[in-house]
Design a protein around this ligand. Structure first.
Ligand code: DSN
Length: 426
């Protein structure tokens, strides 16, 4: 068959973009060669609906071993009792948990989307907000941190069946013990969506959701540095053969209920090539070099937050505990929007995303803030000194947002800086 040069030329173009630019999108990263290789393997050809040892198709003996390895490695990484590695994304993992533990119309609680929450935690345009009844907790306007008193008050009033810890744009650690106490008071299950900080949690750089959370979901492609995907884990609250009373009133094992919610509940055949790549990345995450990597991610983020604040920018909550931060542009440059910053920085080969900031006066399409993170740039090998330069370059562009000459000069500097930095650290 003739090579599809149209597509492969575009892939080459994207490769060049990734090589030459500074990547600061907090949810992105660069996978290793072996993760990429596993994803591009013949495992993509295999149908394997079901679970290892219990499939609906023949010929699954090899993918069974692959999937079992992925499960064993992720359990070790997070000290989990059980895991399902089939969710195609974090949103799919969250949808499966909700299908498993809620009835349509049931109340659950998550962080308000405009305060850093995630679409799949109750947005009205996501199935979580369409099928169930979300109630939101918020950040304290003075501290920019989760207001646990407010959370408790709302939980006591609303009696949600599920409470979700976790966010898409929140730079502080979570008090899972306090949240479990709140959940216990109202008889709710507690789930942590650790999609963003998973890698830092795995290596003890942030509070661990286990043993406090009943259920944990995550993506695999952010700080974890694996292929795009999701997964679900259980801690020690539901060890087999402990029963769980499902929303329909049947007593079943929680692990079975969650497995069924993934397939056939919300997905069809698992992506075994992606599961193989997940297994590879979990193996990498168990290594000492990954510990050094996430330690540097956290150090770089702390330096980045300090540099932005030194330049007069407002960093929400005045710093970060993890790999990311939200810059509220209104303090230093009230006339500049997140959209303008995102679009202009792209011209200088610096990528980040516009983001609502808590109590934002602008819309999600314009925003008064941007979100930045250090996972990807750290994979390229960035240390603290480069982070200081990156903030200088961003500030240069923001302060000359309509000056094409300045933007072109910054772009040259960016390309020069990235020229000698490898794309993969392995
Ligand atoms: N992709 C996630 C993030 O950027 O945080 C949102 O789905």
């Amino acid at each position: 068959m003739e090579r599809d040069s149209l597509i492969f030329d575009l892939i080459k173009k994207e490769n060049e973009r990734q090589l030459h630019g500074i990547e600061l999108i907090a949810s992105e990263n660069f996978v290793s060669d072996q993760v990429l290789e596993a994803m591009g393997s013949c495992l993509t050809n295999k149908y394997a609906e079901g679970l290892p040892g219990k499939r609906y198709y023949g010929g699954c003996q090899v993918v069974d071993e692959v999937e079992t390895l992925a499960i064993e490695r992720i359990k070790k990484l997070f000290n989990a009792q059980w895991a399902n590695v089939q969710p195609h994304s974090g949103a799919q993992a969250n949808a499966a948990v909700m299908l498993a533990v809620l009835n349509p119309g049931d109340k659950f609680m998550g962080l308000d989307l405009s305060h850093g929450g995630h679409l799949s935690h109750g947005s009205p345009v996501n199935s979580s907000g369409i099928l169930y009844h979300p109630v939101a907790y918020t950040l304290n306007p003075d501290t920019g941190r989760v207001d646990y008193d407010n959370m408790e008050e709302i939980a006591l009033q609303e009696k949600p069946k599920l409470i979700i810890a976790g966010a898409s744009a929140y730079s502080r650690d979570w008090d899972y013990a306090r949240m479990r106490a709140i959940a216990d008071k109202v008889g709710a299950l507690l789930m942590a969506d650790i999609a963003h900080p998973a890698g830092l949690i795995a290596k003890g750089l942030l509070n661990h959701p286990f043993p406090h959370c009943h259920i944990v979901t995550t993506t695999t492609h952010k700080t974890l540095r694996g292929p795009r995907g999701g997964l679900i884990m259980l801690g020690e609250d539901f060890p087999n053969p402990w029963g769980y009373k499902t929303p329909k009133g049947e007593v079943k094992m929680m692990s079975n209920v969650l497995d069924m919610a993934v397939f056939p509940g919300t997905q069809g055949g698992p992506l075994e090539h992606v599961i193989a790549a997940k297994a590879v990345s979990f193996g990498e995450a168990l290594s000492d070099s990954y510990t050094a990597y996430v330690t540097q991610v956290k150090k770089n983020a702390a330096v980045m937050a300090r540099c932005f604040m030194d330049k007069g920018y407002k960093v929400v909550s005045n710093g970060t505990d993890n790999h990311s931060m939200l810059i509220d542009l209104r303090t230093k440059v009230p006339e500049v929007t997140g959209k303008m910053v995102e679009n202009t920085l792209v011209k200088a080969d610096i990528t980040l995303n516009k983001n609502m900031v808590p109590f934002d006066s602008r819309t999600p399409f314009t925003t008064s803030g941007v979100r930045v993170g250090t996972p990807a740039i750290t994979t390229r090998g960035a240390k603290e000194d480069l982070i200081e330069t990156v903030v200088e370059l961003i500030d240069e562009v923001i302060m000359h947002i309509e000056d094409d000459k300045v933007i072109a000069t910054v772009k040259e500097k960016v390309n020069r800086l990235m020229k000698d930095m490898p794309l993969f650290a392995w």
